[in-house]
Ligand binder design. Structure first.
Ligand code: ADP
Ligand code: MG
Length: 408
């Protein structure tokens, strides 16, 4: 990959230069607007810290959630600016707009080592526009924020790994306008993905869960032919169980995917492993009464919310001798403690394999959140990725626009 890195940029010198850094600061917030998981903020710190310490004028752009139709206080980056300042150990100003008068004035007022966060980039609808000209217009305004007083071009640093699969103004288009570099996070993530797709040490075990089969179908297709075992849990296992002819009660099931799952089971039957028991309940709620049943005996009025202990045991045995493990998607509704044992058990099995020398990667925002929420040691895994969708698209074999553009 012929991509210029942060080290290249630091070697050129950044003192007094305007830099635009795209970060992924899309953290989960609770109803009161409090950040419930700081993972992505923490992951953004190394690049920002290095640049601020080297005396750059750092302008950060990021999105939060999916605001529709312009600015919406509910999606303001204000809590993120405060938390980022905290983790960075220096004040982070927040602009009141994206590329408006406040952002311009603040950008002009920056001194060496200052950090300015622009308001939620998705408040400007051009960010995600399908119209190339619209996106390019926003990208030009972003680039103008970091232009030198003498008209010299600013610099773009791409460090929002979670968005590099998106062809958006602050991810893709801006990199077509100014000199661009991969931040440390993006460079590290790409290296990990290359390791999962090229020189993979065997046995290679892939563990997939989460809510929808349709989200992960392409990755199942692509990895089933590469992995030695593909373990399926979470909400997506019920479409596979249904494809085997089991009745799945009121569990999450994508009827329209049953035929596809049948075909996958026909082709990769030896590789795919499904749960043998399921923890069911009569409703989707934290206080629902859990009951463990065999996976071919789910009562009609019950829904599966976790994999059962026998499944954890089997999956643990499969994982115990793996040399490479990729895990994406919780095994159950881990947000409810009564249905978190499957996710915890499988995570512990992966940590165990890692302890014996396996190379393990956790991909997916919710999976990473589960690791932290369940009190598992983050350093028990070789790598926890910050970008669910981006990792999956890479593993599907797709080109990521935000990476490709850095190569040119
Ligand atoms: P990731 O972000 O790690 O890629 P996903 O977004 O695909 O994972 O899925 C995570 C969600 O899947 C979690 O919120 C979890 O509650 C949900 N989930 C897991 N198992 C089930 C299940 N049996 N029924 C419904 N939802 C489930
Ligand atoms: Mg998710």
């Amino acid at each position: 990959m012929a991509v210029a890195t942060l080290d290249d940029l630091l070697a050129e010198g950044v003192q007094g230069r305007g830099l635009l850094v795209r970060c992924d600061l899309n953290v989960p917030l609770d109803d009161a607007g409090v950040i419930t998981d700081h993972g992505r903020i923490i992951a953004s710190v190394p690049t920002l810290k290095a640049l601020a310490e080297a005396g750059a004028k750092v302008i950060v752009t990021a999105h939060l959630g999916r605001p529709k139709g312009g600015p919406d206080p509910k999606f303001s980056l204000a809590p993120v600016a405060a938390a980022l300042g905290d983790k960075l150990g220096r004040h982070v100003q927040l602009a009141g707009d994206v590329v408006g008068t406040d952002a311009l004035a603040r950008a002009e007022g920056l001194t060496d080592g200052d950090v300015l966060l622009l308001e939620n980039i998705r408040f400007d609808e051009r960010e995600t526009s399908k119209d190339d000209a619209q996106r390019l217009a926003l990208a030009r305004e972003l680039a103008a924020l970091v232009e030198g007083a003498d008209g010299s071009p600013g610099v773009f640093v791409s460090d929002g790994f979670g968005v590099v699969h998106r062809k958006q103004a602050s991810v893709y288009d801006v990199a077509t306008l100014v000199p661009h570099y991969a931040g440390t996070l993006v460079a590290a993530e790409v290296k990990v993905l290359q390791r999962l797709t090229s020189s993979t040490e065997r046995p290679y075990a892939v563990v997939l869960g989460g809510s929808k089969v349709s989200d992960k179908l392409a990755v199942i297709e692509n990895l089933a032919s590469k992995a030695d075992s593909l373990v399926i849990g979470g909400g997506m296992c019920f479409t596979f169980l249904a494809a085997q002819g089991a009745s799945v009660g009121t569990s999450l099931c994508q009827e329209e995917m049953i035929d596809t799952c049948k075909r996958l089971l026909d082709t990769y039957g030896d590789v795919i492993h499904l749960p043998v028991d399921i923890v069911v309940a009569d409703k989707f709620a934290a206080d629902a009464e859990p009951e463990t049943v065999s996976s071919d005996r789910i009562p009609d009025d019950k829904m599966g919310l976790d994999i059962g202990p026998q499944s954890v045991k089997r999956f643990t045995a499969l994982l115990s001798n793996a040399k490479t493990v990729f895990w994406n998607g919780p095994m159950g509704v881990f947000e409810f403690p009564a249905f978190s044992a499957g996710t915890k058990g499988v995570a512990e099995a992966i940590i165990g394999a890692t302890g014996k020398g396996a190379y393990s990667v956790v991909g997916g925002g919710d999976s990473a959140a589960a690791v932290r929420q369940l009190g598992l040691p983050e350093d028990g895994f070789s790598h926890i990725s910050t970008g669910g969708g981006a990792s999956l698209e890479y593993l599907e074999g797709k080109q990521l626009p935000g990476i490709q553009v850095l190569e040119s």
